[in-house]
Design a protein around this ligand. Structure first.
Ligand code: MGD
Ligand code: MGD
Ligand code: SF4
Ligand code: MO
Length: 821
């Protein structure tokens, strides 16, 4: 990595003129070695998987790394006597952007350490009779008895509470797979009358709501409206401005866009990164880092708009033709004067405050003259790619944070053109939506997924206009049965672990909890029953890219070894349950897991005839293909002809003023309202609980605490593997000024705390984070030592209170204090 960083900095200095897109290649010296190692350049072909490696192995098979890091990499596993002896990366392709090697990162390549980990759950385990949930005392149980018990509890729940009381918990541990991503248990529940639905994700709940209110749903599908691909920015942008985006850490490897994004620097595209942290992406990609206080992007975007308007730098023709709500002449009927964005910005709105750079400087911590210079640069760069990662939206008021950045893209007329962007996250091509068919869920009721703990404690009180319940006006019943597959939501990735565990311990609330896992995670400890699943190399699948930029790809995944221990594939578990519940034939349709995988490959070819067949793919290992357009440019058709291709918003236009939110603001109310529970039709700055403003007067907890996604793990996966923990220590990022004030030196053990919990970890004293802000990388394993989490999980400190209208997870909005332990 150090080498790559150095070579990037060299490039920064020399600033080459931009070459043609197709010729980009060769990021660093290391790449030449990779190419020399490559079995066959050009098209991936026949026996690439078998071509190199150790002598004396029995076979080399294609596999896929299915963890949810947003990238998706092939692995080549070498097998000797039924054991994986080596894991090799992709050997096809070359170092050009469009045909690049999809080389796995060190996490993916640690698959042997996961498969052969002593921490694996080896047999079905049941909580010891008479002990409390979470007491950690387990007994072995046979597979037939375990499956009988689950079937019995499912039937009992349906009979006594109805199907709405059954919940298939969110888990992202298996992603981009044919079977797993759409987990096999949903098909079972659907055949039994359905289960409580959920919408949104922990990843993007707020930006999904934001972009849907602003742009409507895209015809290409997907939840969140993305921006242009990095390939497009590299070739066509004058300037790239990214708010809270860290692709060097969150889209690692050749499979992600770590590689394509690096060409921003190689090709000399000026790039500005706005982030409280000097992230890996700031190091590698940015010409300029603008350290912002967390949760204040809306204020910054407003002040940028103020300068643009004051200096007549907005794209008025674009706003007139494509947008609703920029000025008073383009408002929907029935809305009183003073509600346009221009009025809000220029101090003619309800609050009467002019959103000047001086006003924003106070809130954001960015100097006034910097804001003015930034606005001028953005206004004069044609075209300018304005985009955001998902950090800014994972806040209270995260919906408006995301909307304000999209509004900036609209104000500058950059939407739907090459070199521009929507304000969303960088886009990728990926037409494949293959997944195991789960069938129709007959239950209409749907909860915002972040509010599952509310559905446990007060389900029957939750309504559409207080809690964002969809499909019905009111939930009929609380959650009584939970199945957690491939996720860690009890003492892991959901918020406020201490409170969540109290809820889980109360067996009168959620009565039965099954966890389907590979590892005995802190969350699995709160199950009644833990069922040991296979890991990827022990089963058949196929995989496809998620975030690959203009490049899409499709991968073969062969079962490499027999399942270890007494594990069972989750598809088999679901079949066994279906057998017990009388729906086996409907469930299997006569197919084994491998048959289903092959069936999906055939379905894919029906939909996309350009794809290889199953047999062809088995020879190729990887199939690469590209966007047929000139780069991924969302909303291109709308830009070309807005009359013929209106957006799916009420006005058919980009709604800077959202008509739907205007109506929702009148009808929605808040359960236990807190500061920030406000719905605004414009992307306004809203002060919230535990904000930067509150930090100033909060003597108990004066530091803002975020928890960035970290290269040493994917959420909690890999957090128990020494291969990774020895290289990537869990430490609190803290600025030297804040450290000194507290007498903290490098690597001192510190306690990070607020009223929800306490965490003890070593300090990483570094100028890579701005003063007043700390970051505790998310995903560490919670470990309670006498009331203190010595594992260092940030969710010991986060809140269960949802955001105002997406009802999403404000997991980056926290105030804490830090002291030497
Ligand atoms: N290595 C690794 N990669 C991953 C994951 C992982 O756990 N590990 N997780 C994957 C998943 S599921 C997802 S959803 C994505 C997540 O991707 P993101 O949500 O984009 O990741 P974050 O690290 O939460 O945030 C990105 C950046 O936003 C900054 N930030 C935080 N708050 C603010 C703010 O208020 N304003 C601004 N301007 N910046 C802010 C953070 O400092 C960080 O640098 O990553 C994926 N990739
Ligand atoms: N504070 C804070 N919290 C966050 C975030 C944040 O930024 N800050 N990010 C949020 C985001 S974006 C997300 S997506 C969620 C992720 O939340 P989760 O999906 O719950 O988190 P993971 O750690 O990815 O959990 C994956 C689990 O799947 C298991 N697993 C892996 N492979 C298999 C398999 O083959 N079979 C089975 N049965 N299990 C398997 C792993 O052992 C692991 O325990 O976390 C959210 N939580
Ligand atoms: S980048 Fe992500 S998908 Fe690729 S090997 Fe690493 S963890 Fe796996
Ligand atoms: Mo995520």
């Amino acid at each position: 990595m150090a080498e790559v960083i150095e070579s990037q900095q060299d490039t920064k200095r020399t600033r080459p003129t931009r070459r043609s897109f197709l010729k980009w290649s060769g990021v660093g010296a290391g790449t030449a070695a990779l190419v020399a190692n490559t079995a066959n350049l050009g098209m991936p072909s026949a026996s690439a998987a078998k071509a190199d490696g150790m002598a004396g192995v029995d076979k080399t098979v294609w596999n896929v790394c299915f963890v949810n890091c947003g990238s998706r990499c092939p692995l080549r596993l070498q097998i000797k006597d039924g054991t994986i002896v080596r894991c090799l990366p992709d050997s096809t392709g070359d170092d050009s952007v469009e045909n690049r090697q999809l080389r796995a990162c060190v996490r993916g390549r640690s698959i042997r350490n996961r498969v052969y980990s002593p921490d694996r759950v080896k047999k079905p385990m049941i909580r010891k009779e008479g002990t409390e949930r979470g007491a950690g005392e387990w007994e072995e149980i046979s597979w037939p008895d375990a499956l009988d018990l689950v079937a019995e509890k499912i039937q009992y729940t349906i009979d006594n509470y109805g199907n709405e009381a059954i919940y298939n918990q969110h888990g992202s541990g298996v992603n981009g797979a044919a079977i797993g991503a759409a987990n096999p248990f949903q098909r079972l529940f659907n055949l039994l009358g359905g289960s409580l639905q959920r919408y949104g994700t922990y990843s993007t709940a707020q930006i999904t709501a934001a972009t849907q209110f602003t742009f409507g749903e895209l015809e290409e599908g997907g939840d969140t409206v993305p921006s242009n691909s990095f390939e497009d920015s590299v070739e066509n942008s004058q300037l790239v401005v990214m708010f809270g985006n860290n692709p060097q850490e969150t889209r690692m490897s050749g499979g992600g866009i770590l590689y394509t994004s690096q060409f921003l620097q190689r090709e000399g595209v000026r790039t500005i990164l706005i982030d409280p942290m000097y992230s890996e992406s700031a190091v590698v990609l940015a010409d300029e880092w603008v350290p912002i206080k967390p949760g204040t992007d809306t204020a910054l975007a407003s002040a940028l708009a103020h300068v643009l308007i004051s200096e007549d730098l907005q794209d008025q023709a674009f706003l007139d033709k494509y947008c609703q709500g920029f000025d008073e002449d383009h408002m929907p009927d029935g809305v009183p004067a003073g509600n346009s964005y221009q009025s809000y910005i220029m101090g003619k709105g309800a609050d009467g405050i002019e959103k000047t750079p001086a006003w924003a400087a106070e809130i954001t911590g960015i100097p006034e003259d910097k804001i003015v210079a930034l606005a001028r640069e953005i206004g004069n760069a044609k075209p300018c790619a304005i985009m955001q990662g998902w950090g800014p939206q994972r806040h209270m008021n995260g919906e408006n944070q995301a909307r304000a950045i999209c509004a900036l893209a609209a104000l500058t007329g950059n939407v739907g053109i090459n070199g521009g962007g929507t304000g969303g996250r960088e886009g990728s091509y990926g037409p494949l939506t293959m997944s195991f068919p789960s069938g129709e869920n007959p239950i209409e009721a749907s909860i915002p997924l972040f509010m599952w703990t509310d559905a446990v404690t007060r389900g029957a009180e939750m309504t559409a206009t207080t809690d964002g319940i969809r499909g019905v006006d009111k939930l009929p019943v609380g959650m009584k049965f939970q199945l957690q597959y491939g996720g860690s939501k009890f003492a892991g990735q959901h918020s406020d672990i201490n409170r969540t565990l109290e809820i889980m311990k109360d067996q009168s609330l959620c009565e039965f909890v099954v966890v389907v896992e590979n590892m005995m995670t802190p969350s699995a400890q709160y199950a009644d029953l833990v069922l040991p699943d296979t890991l990827g190399p022990e089963r058949w699948d196929i995989g496809h890219n998620e975030a690959g930029g203009d490049l899409a790809y499709y991968m073969y995944h062969e079962q490499a070894i027999e399942p270890l221990h007494d594990t069972m594939d989750s598809y088999e578990m679901a079949v066994e349950l279906a057998k017990r519940l009388g729906v086996e034939d409907e469930y299997t349709e006569g197919r084994t897991r491998k048959d289903w995988v092959q069936w999906m490959a055939e379905e894919n070819v029906k939909e996309h005839p350009e794809l290889p067949t199953w047999d062809e793919l088995s020879e190729m290992g990887i199939y690469r293909y590209h966007t047929p357009e000139n780069h991924v440019v969302p909303m291109r058709k709308f830009r070309e002809d807005p009359e013929a291709n209106p957006l799916a918003t009420p006005s058919g236009k980009i709604e800077i003023f959202s008509s739907e939110l205007w109506d929702m603001a009148k009808t929605w109310t808040f359960e236990d309202p807190q500061k920030g529970d406000v719905i605004t039709a414009l992307p306004e700055y809203v002060d919230t609980f535990e904000s930067t403003i509150e930090a100033r007067s909060n003597e108990k907890h004066p530091l803002q605490c975020i928890g960035h996604h970290f290269k040493g793990r994917v959420h909690s996966t890999f957090a128990n593997l020494e291969w990774l923990t020895s290289a990537h220590h869990q430490r609190l990022f803290i600025n030297p000024m804040d450290a000194e004030e507290r007498g903290i030196s490098a690597d001192d053990l510190v306690e990070v705390y607020n009223d929800r919990g306490r965490v003890r970890v070593p300090a990483n004293v570094t100028t890579r984070i701005r003063p007043g802000v700390v970051s505790l990388p998310q995903g560490a394993w919670y470990k309670n030592d006498d009331g203190v989490d010595v594992g260092g999980n940030i969710n010991t400190l986060t809140t269960l209170h949802p955001t105002a209208y997406a009802k999403g997870n404000p997991q980056h909005t926290n105030l804490v204090q830090v002291k030497k332990a």
